[in-house]
Design a protein around this ligand. Sequence first.
Ligand SMILES: *Cc1c(COP(=O)(O)O)cnc(C)c1O
Length: 363
Amino acid sequence: MKSVDKALGFVRRVVRGMDGYVPGIQPGPGEKLVKLNTNENPYPPSPRVLEALHAAAESAVRLYPSPEATPLRERAAALYGLKPSQVICGNGSDEILAILMRTFVGEGETIAFFQPSYSLYPVLAEIGRARTTSAPLPRVSRSSEMGDIPVPSLKAKIFLLTTPNSPYGVAFPTGWVERLLDRFKGIVVADEAYVDFAAESSLPLLASHPRLVIARTLSKAYSLAGMRAGLAFAHDELIREMMKVKDSYNMSRLAQVAACAALEDQEYFRTSRDRIIATRERFSRTLGAQGFTVLPSQANFIFAVPPLGLAAGILYEGLHSRGFLVRHWKAGIVSDGLRISIGTDGEMDALMRAIEEVRRGNQ
Ligand SMILES: *Cc1c(COP(=O)(O)O)cnc(C)c1O
C-alpha cells in the first residue's frame, strides 16, 4: 500500500498535534465488569421511553427528524418554565458544548474554567485554536464551604463552570454563580450535567442574567447516555445564534422521542434519582468510616482519596482485576483519588468488599 504521509500532510496542524479526548473505558461485549467509571445510571430509563421508541421505530429511519427538535424543546420548556425559544437540543451535552465554542469562541480567544473540571473543555479549545485559562478549585470538606470559594479573576470569552463539578462532585450554590456573573464579564456556562442530583440549579438566574447559559444532559439522571440527548437554556436571542452553527439534523428522531418520553415521566425520574442519592450518602459514609477522604458530592458519583499507605493507582488496579471499573487519572492534581459512579446498592456493597480485599492484600 502507498504511504499515507502525503495525505496526512493536509491534516490541520493543530489536529495532527493533538491527542483528542480520552473517554472512560467502555468494555466490549462479553467483558464482565461492574461499570462505575463514566457516571451512567445503574437503573434503566422509564418504561415509557421504550414504549415510545417502539412506536417511533417505523418512521424513525426513513424520515428526517425535526431539525430543531421542536417537540422536545416544547416539552423541556414546559417542564422548566421557559419559552421553547430559550431551549436548544443537542446530540448529547457534548455537542451543546461544541456549539457553544463555535458560537462564542474564535481562534486565539480564551475560555476559562476551574482545574479540575470536565476534561473535554481543553480539547474543544484545542480544536478551535482557542486559549485556556484556569484557577485551581480548592477541595472542601463540607458543601457549605463552597460558597466561600473566592470568585477567580480570569479574563476570557466564556467561563465553563462544571457544577456539580466533575470529578469532585461538589456544587456551587446559586449565590456563588450570581457573584461569578457579577465579576466575570463574558458568557457564563453552567455545565449542569449532574444538577438533578444536587440541591440547587442556576435556572432561577436565567431570567435576569442574559450572559448565562445552562447546559444539561439526559445521559445521567434520565438513563439515556446511549441515546445522546443534551439541552441548553439561555436568552432566546443567544439560542437563535447557537441554532445557526449546529448540524442541520443534529438530534436523531429516536433520541428526540426518547428524551421527550423520559422528561414526561417525572415520577419515575424522581424515584430513580432519590434511590441514587440515598446510595451515594450511604456509600460515602461507609468509605469515610474506612479512612477515605470523600468530597461532599451532589452528583451521581463520589471522589475519594484512599487512606495513607494505599495509593489510588494500586486500588484502581486491584479493583479492575476484581471486575470493578472506576475512574483514575494517572497524572495531574486528581491522581491521588478515584472517581466512583454510584451503582445499585448491591454493586456498591460488592465494591466495598473488593476495596477491603485490596487493602488487606496491600498491607
Ligand atoms: C457527562 C457530561 C457531559 C456530557 O454529557 P452527554 O450528554 O452524555 O454528552 C457534559 N458535561 C459534564 C460535566 C459531564 O459529566
